[in-house]
Design a protein around this ligand. Structure first.
Ligand SMILES: Nc1ncnc2c1ncn2[C@@H]1O[C@H](COP(=O)(O)OP(=O)(O)OP(=O)(O)O)[C@@H](O)[C@H]1O
Ligand SMILES: [Mg+2]
Length: 416
């Protein structure tokens, strides 16, 4: 075919992909995919085609396809056209068509083009099918979330003792988290009343999205778990990096479904961890897939529920590298620095309770510049080594001496 496009997917693999996605959507009905007279056609009949769904559908198409235009827009008859490469003859003679038809009370959605679909178009087909079959098979949000690679932690208040003890030191950071996150989550009514009395509106008084920023291993993820444990609100943990690598082409779609499923929960903290995997500003030629994920994030964080007890948290190692539009979605950034001398001692007090204050001074000096995670690792390593030494010498159990911690810490410092 003279005007075959780059990246066309053969019919059989296109059908496989689409059928797999349809199964995944929990649908009994399979969409049709046919190839006749040189034209590929994808079609299904949704139960309803109301305006808001069509609007969502257009947004879905835009997520994958650049350069679309409205071809026909009449009552019950909306046709969009993908222009593809503006310089190819196809842009004028055809392009891929996306039809939303509601004629005679029978809604129908079709995607068709000459030749085969390209990958993005297959993704549009599966995304549209899922969009119009969401809620079919009545999957509960928890299983949708788990299926998509998010983890849901449901805290049981009081079950774990005082969660704030999971992070030693960091008093300043804890106060900031308590004031800007925990108190509003627990006392929404008071915060709203004060704002309404003061300025006649409660807009903006509740935190919607908060960013944790700091180097690796300083307690950002732990803090999110503390907030969940303290407030009793379930935490939906979304490891962005994982989702990106697990789903490639489908990441943006799945991220979008994660937001939708989380929004179905009564109260929820959506924790987007490691958002630096999306780092790099949009101008710098991000990978196409990453760009799509970013655009979904921007849209979804904005739209993510305004109910009380619904909050987005983000964590990053490098806020300065984040896309500016993404950064601006967060109301507030809380910094997690590396622990200072005092803090290092406090962390050791958590993991090596038997050590005396004066023993901790030397140890603290040796560990300057390390993170809480480094310190925890040193402690665990020292315990294991000490246990092996005890076994070898036949001595009874005892905690490791400070000299062993210092030795392990020194080795780590020189190796890093
Ligand atoms: N101040 C601290 N007190 C006690 N433990 C700490 C402290 N800081 C970190 N840790 C321990 O270090 C481990 C790693 O912390 P966490 O996963 O919360 O770090 P993070 O900031 O999310 O790191 P990353 O950026 O790599 O995701 C946790 O198991 C935590 O218990
Ligand atoms: Mg983390």
């Amino acid at each position: 075919m003279p005007d075959e496009r780059n990246g066309e997917i053969d019919f059989v693999s296109a059908r496989e992909q689409i059928e797999k996605a349809a199964e995944f959507a929990g649908s009994q009905e399979l969409p049709q995919l046919s190839f006749e007279k040189g034209e590929t056609r994808f079609a299904f009949s949704p139960r309803a085609l109301d305006k808001s769904l069509v609007y969502d559908a257009v947004e879905t198409i835009k997520t994958y396809i650049e350069n679309i235009r409205v071809h026909t827009f009449e009552s019950g008859f909306l046709v969009l056209q993908g222009m593809g490469d503006m310089f190819s003859p196809r842009a004028i003679t055809g392009g891929t068509k996306y039809k939303f038809l509601n004629v005679g009370g029978t809604p129908r959605i079709e995607v068709s083009c000459r030749g085969n679909f390209i990958q993005e178009e297959i993704q549009v087909c599966t995304a549209l099918f899922k969009l119009f079959h969401a809620g079919n098979g009545a999957q509960d949000p928890l299983s949708v979330l788990t299926e998509l690679g998010a983890q849901v932690h449901k805290p049981e208040p009081g079950a774990t003792g005082d969660p704030w003890g999971w992070i030693a030191g960091y008093e300043q950071t804890k106060v900031e988290v308590q004031e800007s996150v925990v108190m509003p989550l627990k006392n929404a009514e008071m915060f709203r009343s004060v704002a309404t009395l003061a300025r006649g509106s409660d807009q903006g008084v509740m935190p919607r999205a908060i960013l944790f920023e700091g180097p690796p291993g300083v307690g950002k993820t732990t803090m999110a778990r503390i907030i969940a444990a303290d407030t009793g609100i379930p935490l939906v943990y979304v490891p962005i990096e994982n989702i990106l690598s697990k789903y490639y082409g489908e990441s943006s779609q799945n991220l979008s479904r994660i937001f939708d499923a989380a929004a179905q929960m009564n109260q929820v903290i959506l924790f987007l961890d490691e958002i630096d995997s999306l780092a790099g500003s949009r101008e710098e030629g991000l990978f196409e897939a990453t760009r799509r994920v970013l655009s979904v994030l921007l849209r979804k964080i904005d739209g993510f529920d305004t109910r009380d007890g619904v909050l987005t948290l983000g964590a990053t190692n490098r806020a300065q590298d984040l896309d500016h539009a993404l950064l601006s979605r967060f109301d507030h950034t809380i910094r997690f620095p590396l622990p200072g001398r005092e803090e290092i001692r406090a962390i050791f007090r958590n993991y090596a309770r038997h050590l005396k204050s004066e023993e901790l001074i030397d140890l603290g000096l040796t560990c300057e510049g390390m993170s809480g995670r480094n310190i925890r690792d040193i402690c665990e390593y020292a315990e294991r080594r000490h246990a092996r030494l005890l076994l070898a010498s036949g001595a009874p159990a005892s905690p490791p001496p400070v000299s062993l911690y210092i030795e392990v810490a020194r080795t780590r410092q020189t190796n890093s």
